[in-house]
Design a protein around this ligand. Structure first.
Ligand code: ADP
Length: 399
């Protein structure tokens, strides 16, 4: 039987998530995380055959050494023979990449050029690509972009009302992120609701540390809440989401902020953490809100209000709504947030089924509104790694 195992790599600035996935059966054979790369006491944690292991690396060891260790591990576990490709998550593909791409010199060059749009992410993704291309020299390498799914957006949705020249000369526009996740859960929803080949109007809400919603019409992204960077849109763990752009001048002129301080404020000190002055972690916020912590309750209320408002606004590009899908750590597990959001959207026709909502957690898939009601709200656990594995196996086969 021919093999379709893919090594999936998601390389961050100091971490490397990896998995070996059978792209045909969706079975995960190995999964793990190399963390604190380039820092003190880096390590690789992995799970194989249900057992967890930890391998210590030397202080300062970075991506290349971690990937070489991973190669050794894959060989020792005898998983190397079945590999058909390496799939890389790449955050920003700009306007260049509308689909996943087999990595060639010109593709690599285009990813490098796009790095100006994602200076925190693409350089780390490139480190992973370069190290894996050396370590697995005989395997095709494939890049799967977070932005690609949103390249079907119309200029009406993706342009800012800024001087047009900024778009033409500097590519400043809305791109959107979490595309692989929005694609996966919307495709699953279309399947589950038996809307394949029929018109469909779905809003997907990816709620993790970063949060975004996407309007998916007939399987294609027509609008999304994130923009040029993953800061735009919803309230997130530590990110503010939408704010009045006039705030920038105010912070500079009145409070002597620098650009980099504003960047830190909006990306790392705001959101659930900023409002609650407690935590960016949704579980902690929920627990404290339940215990009567007023700012935790306020953080939760603002998070849900802004999310519901954004979802409702996507009825415009969709001209209606068939389904709302929750995914990501919060979307998959927090019955509290799902209930608050669905209740604020009851005027669409949603009728929450409390029992189903409470039951949907820990990786289960299902409808959480009354089956007789329309639209439906659903929980669908995301699986970005599987999409990366499937795209990589497909492109490797086609080459
Ligand atoms: P990332 O975006 O880093 O992949 P995740 O998708 O894992 O993050 O989501 C992390 C978020 O999910 C955290 O805010 C965490 O508190 C939240 N979360 C996980 N489990 C629960 C739960 N049972 N109830 C509420 N929130 C949860």
């Amino acid at each position: 039987m021919s093999s379709s195992h893919v090594l999936v790599l998601n390389c961050g600035s100091s971490s490397l998530k990896f998995a070996i996935i059978d792209s045909s059966s969706a079975q995960e054979h190995l999964s793990g995380l190399a963390e604190r790369l380039g820092e003190s006491s880096p390590q690789i944690k992995y799970k194989f055959n249900g057992e967890k292991h930890v391998v210590a690396l030397a202080s300062g060891d970075a991506h290349e050494i971690a990937i070489n260790k991973l190669v050794e591990l894959v060989k020792t576990l005898k998983l190397d023979q079945q590999l058909v490709a390496v799939g890389h998550r790449v955050v920003h593909g700009g306007e260049h990449f509308t689909h996943s791409a087999l990595i060639t010199d010109s593709v690599l060059e285009a990813i490098k050029q796009t790095a100006t749009l994602a200076p925190l992410h693409n350089p780390a993704n490139l480190l992973g690509i370069e190290a894996a291309s050396d370590a697995f020299a005989t395997l095709p390498q494939v890049a799967v972009f977070d932005t690609a799914f949103h390249q079907t957006m119309d200029p009406t949705a993706f342009l800012y009302a800024l001087p047009y020249e900024l778009y033409k000369k500097h590519s400043i526009r809305r791109y959107g992120f979490h595309g692989t996740s929005h694609y996966y859960v919307s495709a699953r929803a279309i399947d589950l609701l038996e809307l394949d080949g029929k018109p469909s109007k779905i809003v997907t809400a990816h709620l993790g540390n970063g949060c975004s919603v996407c309007a998916v019409k007939d399987g294609k992204s027509v609008d999304t809440s994130m923009g040029l960077t993953p800061l735009e849109g919803l309230v997130m763990g530590t990110r503010s989401g939408d704010i009045d752009p006039g705030l920038f001048a105010y912070l500079v002129n009145q409070l002597d902020y620098t650009a980099s301080q504003i960047d830190t404020l909006l990306n790392k000190e705001s959101g659930l953490l900023g409002i609650s002055e407690l935590s960016n972690d949704c579980r902690t916020i929920e627990e404290n809100a339940a215990d009567g912590h007023a700012q935790a309750q306020l953080a939760l209320d603002i998070f849900c209000y802004r999310l519901a408002k954004q979802i409702a606004s996507f009825a415009v590009p969709l001209s209606g709504l068939d389904a709302l899908v929750f995914t990501g750590g919060i979307g998959e597990n927090s019955d509290v947030i799902r209930a608050k959001v669905v209740k604020q959207l009851e005027f669409f026709g949603f009728i929450l089924n409390d029992e189903q909502n409470l039951a949907a957690r820990f990786g289960s898939e299902g409808i959480i509104t009354e089956l007789s009601a329309s639209p439906k709200a659903m929980v669908i656990p995301t699986n970005e790694e599987l999409v990366i594995a499937q795209d990589a196996a497909k492109l490797a086969q086609e080459q």
